[in-house]
Ligand binder design. Structure first.
Ligand SMILES: [Zn+2]
Length: 355
């Protein structure tokens, strides 16, 4: 890939970023909706705050502890202080609704259902789900990717990527960044809570999109892993949880080639400095190639990023995407509308979806 082909983007090689000695702790509050979809005050009962001891309620403690892990990943690996970069309080609501099979970010808080015990268990129990939701908040405060079509699929994909990377970092902090650790990782989303009675499956697979699950009750995963299988229909906000398989696969290939730390830094730089509300896959390819060259210099890293996008059939844009204007967060996962959570509509509300 000829880097100068990416016009209008900065390609100046600088020294690789160092991890800033950030020690920030944003406030954390976890609430119990007590089974309601309309909890008191919008949140329910405050049950755990900041560094208070565990409550003994598994869903509460998982939401609270996982929010801290996501916070620490962003602070220690990427130098970001919470969701908005300014120490925003991390609010979580658990036990939302009756057997509610989803989790979502609404601009203010993370909300988690308990699941019905068949399709899903309590969703805060999966660190990659919590990382996925909080990353929607980071995206809202940075690129502001609109939640439909290709920008929406990028929004979904960036949440899957950071959900997975946070889990990898938490599982093996010393090894995070090595190619061996990346190769040993599962690259699955939601495996800890998806179909608790069926082993080995997940909501999505980044290594092999389209293979995450195959069930009698809910059908078979058919996410595309390449542009040749791109979904062109209007369901699922024009395929936000479907076509996200394409950038997910590109990210996976980069992770196992360069290690997950480089993937994290390049993806984060593109999200926070280059991508904007209307960015499409071609913009994402150009932005990540440019971020790779900016952070690591010409050669191995940007070449691996370019190869990964080529491998999924995405051609980098030749003009730089327009970054989000400051202070205008876009909509993502707002208000828990059907299909706006981590669980796609054909699983969360069966019978409402046909491709
Ligand atoms: Zn999502």
């Amino acid at each position: 890939m000829e880097l100068t082909a990416v016009a209008g983007v900065r390609l100046k090689a600088t020294t690789p970023p160092t991890t800033p000695p950030t020690k920030v702790t944003a406030p954390r509050s976890t609430y119990d909706a007590q089974g309601s979809e309309d909890p008191v005050g919008g949140f329910g009962k405050l049950v755990r705050k900041d560094d208070q001891a565990p409550t003994g309620d598994k869903a509460v403690d998982a939401a609270h502890d996982n929010a801290k892990l996501v916070h620490d990943f962003y602070a220690e690996v990427l130098g970001r202080d919470s969701i908005d970069g300014k120490g925003m309080e991390m609010k979580s609501v658990v036990h939302y609704g009756d057997q509610y099979n989803n989790a979502y970010w609404d601009g203010e808080k993370m909300t988690y259902g308990d699941g019905d015990g068949e399709l899903l268990g309590p969703l805060s129990g999966s660190l990659d789900v919590v990382g996925h939701e909080m990353t929607h908040g980071v995206t809202e405060h940075t690129a502001g990717l609109n939640y439909e079509g290709q920008s929406g699929a990028l929004n979904e994909s960036w949440s899957d990527v950071f959900g997975e990377l946070i889990e990898q970092w938490s599982d093996n902090r010393a090894g995070f960044g090595t190619v061996d650790a990346a190769k040993a990782a599962d690259w699955l989303i939601g495996e800890d809570v998806f179909t608790p009675k069926i082993k080995g499956d997940a909501l999505r697979s980044m290594r092999a999109p389209g293979t995450a699950y195959d069930t009698k009750e809910w059908g078979k995963d058919d996410q595309p892993a390449h542009m040749k299988d791109y979904y062109k229909g209007s369901q699922d906000n024009y395929g936000v949880h479907i076509n996200s398989g394409i950038p997910n696969k590109a990210a996976y290939e980069i992770g196992v080639k360069l290690g997950s730390e480089k993937l994290a830094k390049v993806w984060y730089d593109a999200l926070t400095t280059s991508l904007g509300p209307d960015s499409d896959f071609s913009d994402a390819a150009a932005a990540t190639i440019a971020s790779a060259a900016k952070l690591y210099g010409a050669g191995e890293v940007p070449n691996a990023v370019a190869d990964a996008w080529k491998g999924v059939g995405v051609v980098p844009a030749t003009t730089a995407p327009k970054p989000a204007p400051a202070g205008t967060p876009s909509r993502s996962h707002q208000h828990g509308e059907a299909g706006d959570g981590i669980v796609p509509p054909w699983l969360a509300t069966p019978g409402t979806f046909s491709k």
